[in-house]
Design a protein around this ligand. Structure first.
Ligand code: CAA
Length: 697
């Protein structure tokens, strides 16, 4: 038998203990071991029941995702589960930790299921671009009925033991050791003369309006196709005999396995976990973190403070005056009330945090014993340097001084202190207590343990932390600035902001770039344009001014009720602002441009080409460590559709030679903007992909 399954006997019960750390994924060796274990139990004299139990953190986390995309090896999981279910012995699953995907499907193939109260079950395959592929769509509806089964599998959510018990998925909940509980339960079942119980032999559930459910699921899934396919597979469980239903499920599973969405989502799954795994930090111990300082209590500072408070850290927030301090406290209180509503903290914890854990001060001296301080003040180098000068004077030795700047030079900020090794950038995204992305910006002199502490803080706050080097805009805003420019060029040439937003929302972005600009505030882009013009634009660069006019008239987007869109009917009921197109037309006329039409396809192609090209420069220059780090930045900070994996995964799937050709074609009319990234050219020349670079680590 495989070394992944330990076989033992306890009286007339055979115990199959799964030992495949960290999460007992159902790899080939595990499947083979379980099969052999069942064979052994059935031929072992006196065995009347089999207990399947997991060692370590989980029962099973599901199929081994690293095997996806490779030729499947026998025994296949559906066959193994059928074989377990068909056993003449009584088979009991004792579940703890998670039982997900194939893991829950194994449990559903067992005749009885017991779990500890903290156990969680689920069919999260939709998050990998798939549907449950080992009988889950056929067995679960037989146990729970169609609607609850569809809810579980189309959301992919984890269901707690009690709720799973209420749904009929778990028979018994019992606290204690899963092995001992399982044995006691199996013994009781044998003593009571309980018989084999196969879910596949249960009658199929009642049908629903399948087409309506399919369409509704598709509409809810924002371009992702796998959830709607769950509906078709469950439909088969009702309309076909069990074995035929399984075949239908398998076919859909295999069809989805061939899709770009499956590739994109599995890339996201692994990249999200790899992103904070930095070779440079192996063996580096982060500094202790208990007490955080925050400078500035505006939206960003209050959001950062909220995130830290929710993570259990003490926070001292500095504002310029008592009034500003009160306003900051009010903002934090509103954020925390939201957390109470979402069930993240109790009302009691809310009060406790506000009275004991948060301190608002107006004097730098009060920051003398913070472990790390994050500055979130106005984006102006002289203001930042003044703040860092003060911090340098008051903060204890070893305290980390961080800036939340979104584009200023951290090296210059660090050089203005007497301790540049303790300085780094921690770039949060607004609202900072909600958005998952954190760019950890490592300056030339940042000490390794300071970088490690930045990542440790990100982990405490539940963020996806990405290492970024110093440049204007770091990873995310630098790429954003380029694709926004590409969008502005298309507008000059004839597209409208509304066409562009529609094309990109259809591509899968949560919001198009102009709706995003309205949300963020048009004053931000205006300030950047003014800064860049003041620094001196290259004479070859195309500039646009129509959005300046909106700002000059006091229209900053959602916060003033008008921007590219008019929000008179509320933030979600946007309609185009009728003043915008005339402004654009006037600018085209002034620049002597004859507008042409753009298809949605061309809009997406140009927008994505600019994004990929800049991303390749960011990787090539070492600002991002690997392509997948850029992908995660765009996914978690910029609303890039997860099912496409990120811009560089998308580029690999499209084909890099074709993309480079497009870029070279665009360069014929605007060689300055469309300068191909050297890394992209190199990859094409070598016949390699961005993913090949990810694999190099
Ligand atoms: N296959 C292979 N590796 C897996 C895995 C799986 N199913 N699940 C987790 N891992 C790996 C992770 O990649 C990670 O590896 P590294 O340490 O090398 O980065 C390690 O296990 C630990 O995982 P996490 O860091 O995510 O640990 P966690 O405690 O935060 O979360 C978890 C644990 C809830 C199980 C989470 O990993 C998870 O959600 N895993 C995916 C579960 C899933 O989607 N299962 C369905 C698989 S598809 C299927 O089963 C198809 C079918 O129907 C046949």
């Amino acid at each position: 038998m495989s070394d992944k399954i330990a076989y033992s006997r306890d009286g007339d019960i055979a115990v199959l203990t799964v030992q495949n750390p960290p999460v007992n994924a159902l790899s080939h060796a595990v499947r083979a071991g379980l099969w052999a274990g069942m064979d052994q139990a059935e031929s072992d004299d006196g065995v009347r029941a089999v207990l399947i139990v997991g060692e370590g953190r989980a029962f099973f986390a599901g199929a081994d995702i690293t095997e996806f995309g490779k030729p499947p090896l026998e025994p296949h999981l559906p066959d193994l589960i059928n074989r377990i279910e068909a056993s003449p012995l009584l088979v009991v699953a004792s579940m703890h930790g998670v039982s997900l995907g194939g893991g829950l499907e194994v449990a559903l193939g067992c005749h009885y299921r017991i779990a500890v109260p903290s156990a969680r079950v689920g069919l999260p395959e939709v998050h990998l671009g798939l549907i449950p592929g080992a009988g889950g769509t056929q067995r679960l509806p037989r146990l729970t009925g169609v609607e609850p089964a569809l809810e579980v599998m189309t959301t992919g959510r984890h269901v707690g033991a009690k709720a799973a018990h209420d749904l009929g998925i778990i028979d018994v909940i019992k606290d204690g050791d899963p092995g001992k509980n399982g044995l006691a339960y199996a013994q009781k079942l044998l003593k009571d003369g309980a018989g084999r119980r196969a879910v596949s032999e249960m009658p199929p559930p009642e049908p629903i309006d399948w087409d309506a459910a399919f369409e509704a699921t598709l509409a809810r899934s924002k371009g992702q196709i796998s959830p709607a396919h769950c509906v078709r597979a469950v439909q088969a469980s009702v309309e076909k005999p069990f074995a035929e239903g399984l075949k239908a499920e398998r076919q859909i599973f295999y069809d989805l396995m061939q899709t770009d969405q499956r590739q994109g989502m599995i890339h996201a799954f692994f990249s999200e976990r790899a992103v904070s795994n930095l070779p440079e930090l192996k063996g580096v111990t982060p500094r202790g973190l208990q007490h955080i300082g925050v400078i500035g209590g505006g939206t960003m500072g209050a959001g950062i403070a909220t995130a830290a408070l929710l993570a259990g850290l003490e926070v001292t927030l500095l504002e310029m005056s008592a009034e500003a301090g009160q306003a900051a406290r009010d903002r934090i209180e509103r954020n925390l009330s939201g957390a109470v509503k979402r069930g993240k903290i109790t009302p009691n914890q809310h009060d406790q945090i506000l009275t004991h854990t948060l301190v608002v001060v107006t004097n730098y001296e009060k920051l003398h014993d913070v472990d790390l301080v994050i500055e979130a003040v106005f984006e102006d180098m002289s203001v930042k340097k003044k703040v860092f000068g003060e911090l340098d004077c008051v903060c204890k030795q070893g305290a980390i001084l961080a800036s939340n700047t979104s584009y200023l030079d951290i090296n210059e900020i660090a050089a203005s202190t007497s301790r540049p090794a303790d300085v780094l950038g921690l770039h949060f995204f607004s609202p900072a207590h909600v958005m998952k992305l954190l760019e950890v910006v490592v300056a030339d002199k940042t000490a390794p343990d300071v970088t490690a502490t930045g990542f440790a803080l990100g982990k405490m706050l539940g963020k996806i932390s990405v290492r970024a080097g110093v440049c204007d805009g770091f990873i995310g805003n630098r790429i954003l600035s380029t694709y926004r420019t590409a969008a502005d060029h298309m507008i000059l040439d004839g597209a409208s902001p509304y066409d562009i937003d529609a094309a990109l929302e259809a591509f899968g972005f949560a919001m198009g770039p102009f709706a995003v600009a309205d949300l963020a505030g048009l004053d931000i882009g205006w300030a950047v344009r003014k800064r860049k013009r003041a620094e001196g634009l290259d004479p070859r660069a195309r500039d646009t001014h129509y959005a300046d006019k909106l700002c000059e008239d006091g229209h900053f987007g959602q916060k003033t009720g008008k921007g590219y869109y008019d929000y008179a009917a509320g933030p979600k009921a946007r309609v185009p602002n009728p003043d915008v197109l005339p402004l654009i037309e006037a600018e085209r006329a002034a620049q002597g441009i004859t507008p042409r039409s753009f298809t949605h396809e061309e809009i997406v192609r140009r927008y994505m080409a600019s994004m990929v090209n800049e991303a390749a420069k960011v990787v090539g220059e070492g600002i991002a460590r690997r392509p997948s780090d850029v992908d995660m930045t765009l996914l978690f900070g910029y609303g890039f559709p997860r099912y496409r994996g990120g811009p560089l995964k998308w580029a690999d799937i499209q084909g890099l030679p074709e993309l480079l050709n497009d870029i070279k074609g665009y360069a014929e009319t605007d060689p300055y903007f469309w300068h191909p990234a050297p890394l992209l050219e190199q990859l094409v020349a070598d016949g390699r992909t961005f993913d090949d670079l990810n694999k190099e680590g």
